[in-house]
Each structure stands twice: as C-alpha cells, then as structure tokens.
Design a binder for this molecule. Structure first.
Ligand SMILES: [Zn+2]
Length: 69
C-alpha cells in the first residue's frame, strides 16, 4: 500500500441517488446507508472514477479491508 492510499477512508453516507457496490455489485437504493471511499487529497489528485463505494453489508463484513481490495 502506498502512503497516498493509506490516507483513504470510508465515510458513512445516506445515498441521495442510486449507487452500485464496488465489492458485490448490489445496487444501493436512495436513502440507504452506504460507504463511499474518500481521500483528503481528492480535490487535487483524485478523479471521481478512482474512488469506490460499498454497501453496508460489505462494510460490516470487511470493514476498512475494503480499501485494500
Ligand atoms: Zn456490497
């Protein structure tokens, strides 16, 4: 893992639009809690497409290990 990646974290968020879990492929419906990946440096270095999002089920199963997949 690079120093840059270690800064990333998962932030609990309520979905305002539909998302798709990057781990299991499940659709995250509007109003559901999900866990998008955030990076403190994203405004400068990171494109939106670099950041993944995960459903609550995967977060409960894998926690922050999701950042390493
Ligand atoms: Zn999932």
């Amino acid at each position: 893992m690079s120093k840059y990646d270690s800064l990333r974290f998962l932030h609990e968020t309520r979905a305002l639009e539909e998302h798709k879990c990057n781990k299991c492929g499940r659709v995250i419906a509007i109003g559901e809690i999900y866990y998008p990946e955030k990076s403190p440096t994203m405004s400068i270095n990171t494109k939106d497409s670099d950041l993944r999002e995960f459903c609550k089920e995967c977060y409960e199963k894998f926690g922050t290990d999701l950042l390493n997949i």
